[in-house]
Design a binder for this molecule. Structure first.
Ligand code: ZN
Ligand code: ZN
Length: 419
């Protein structure tokens, strides 16, 4: 029986706003940033936290009993039967899916999150597009409210309004601003602690000061949508920027006499580098090159917009009209690339099956590395339990995936079954 998208949204939203349950999975092939292990099992408690993992069946049975699961009860235990067990995917830069954007209010957030969740993205930072400041503040308050209801929403990513006009991409040029201190304070206050990251062009008059201001408030600033030279980008990272927003896209590229912002990010071990692995935003040879630049520091992001997991056609990005042809989204007005239709499931599939990346490295780029960029790979105030690995103490964010196709078949977020 296939359910409609409306039914899926209702079911996923109910699961995420409901309680977690103990989980016991055995006979899996575990793949995470620490490597591959066969005959693997994992047990999580009723709080949605992994309590034990291992490879011998006897300890599996005692771990099951410790969380109140009867190891003889076939209905309570999931037999992975050799399928892949990975941590849930963590997307720190995406705008929407299933015809909705994260800017579209509470119902839009439910729909777009469900679209990503059933494809294995258990946690997501909701990227908000450039808009008039009052609209951004309203959107960020919607994210704040959702965070209190459910565990899967990590907070907001403000992509704008502090972007370089010359590298605006699909953002509305009328709304771009210089990040003067008063405006930064106003946004921080409206957000009430829910901004996880913000993209800033460091060469703006108040760019470096704003990076310092956001970093001091616990936000991770990101260098991007910029036309910065190497020195200015380096000053941005020294001021506290911990992320490079979608490397290669919406920034001056590599040049041997004008190195630009990319080498400044690559050489700095504190910086996580976002990469849109869809083969279109960044073509395959550059994905391979870029992935090799910074081992363990490349985070796959989708930058997915409303048309993600939808047919081609007409969509909106903020107030701007977008046309999607062959899955490629472009502004109607000037043909600029307007976000992707990528899922992290597909980014990992492409990395392993098409580009030939080592599977633990591909999984790491969609799990531990993005979690680390936001300090969520250790106990923290946002998720409580850390994200990104299958190990005791980590959140029970688990995926069972087909080993041949890398399609995600079953999904748990913090012990809640989503698929
Ligand atoms: Zn962008
Ligand atoms: Zn974006």
């Amino acid at each position: 029986m296939t359910e409609s998208r409306e039914q899926t949204v209702a079911r996923v939203t109910a699961a995420l706003t409901g309680k977690s349950s103990p989980v016991a999975i055995h006979r899996a092939r575990k793949i995470d940033a620490r490597g591959v292990q066969d005959h693997y099992w994992v047990v999580a408690d009723a709080q949605g936290v992994i309590v034990a993992t291992g490879t011998d069946e006897e300890s599996f049975e005692s771990a099951c009993r410790s969380v109140g699961i009867d190891p003889a009860d076939d209905a309570a235990i999931i037999d992975a039967n050799g399928r892949l067990l990975t941590p849930g995917y963590v997307d720190i830069h995406a705008h929407g899916a299933w015809e909705k954007s994260f800017d579209d209010g509470p119902d839009g957030i439910d729909v777009a999150r469900a679209g990503h969740a059933v494809h294995g993205t258990t946690r997501q930072v909701l990227s908000l597009i450039t808009n008039p400041v009052g609209v951004i503040e309203r959107n960020v308050r919607n994210v704040r409210a959702k965070m209190d209801e459910r565990p899967d929403i990590l907070g907001a990513h403000l992509e704008g309004p502090f972007l370089a006009l010359a590298r605006k991409g699909a953002h509305d040029p009328e709304c771009l601003k210089d990040p003067v201190p008063e405006l930064v304070d106003e946004l921080l206050e409206a957000a009430d602690g829910c901004i996880r990251q913000i993209t800033i062009a460091p060469e703006l008059p108040h760019g470096i000061g704003a990076i310092r201001q956001f970093a001091a408030a616990g936000v991770v600033p990101a260098v991007g949508h910029c036309d910065a030279d190497y020195e200015t980008a380096k000053r941005g990272f020294d001021a506290g920027a911990g992320i490079m927003t979608h490397m290669f896209n919406a920034m001056n590229g590599l040049h041997h006499r004008k190195p630009g912002p990319i080498p400044a990010a690559v050489e700095d071990p504190r910086v996580t580098i976002e990469l849109i692995n869809d083969g279109f935003h960044v073509q395959n040879p550059m994905v391979k090159l870029g992935f090799g630049f910074a081992p363990h520091r490349i985070a796959f992001v989708t930058d997915a917009m409303a048309a993600t997991d939808c047919p081609d056609g007409a969509y909106k990005l903020g107030a701007l009209d977008v046309n999607v042809v062959d899955g490629h989204a472009r502004l109607v007005s000037n043909g600029a690339i307007a976000g992707s239709t990528l899922l992290l499931e597909v980014a990992v599939q492409r990395a392993v099956l098409e580009l030939g990346f080592d599977a633990p490295a591909a999984v790491e780029a969609a799990t531990l590395t993005p979690a680390h960029a936001l300090g969520l790979d250790r106990p923290n105030k946002v998720t409580g339990a850390p994200l990104g690995l299958i190990a005791p103490g980590y959140a029970a964010d688990l995926l069972l995936t087909d080993p041949a196709t890398w399609q995600v078949e079953e999904v748990w977020c913090a012990g809640r079954k989503l698929k």
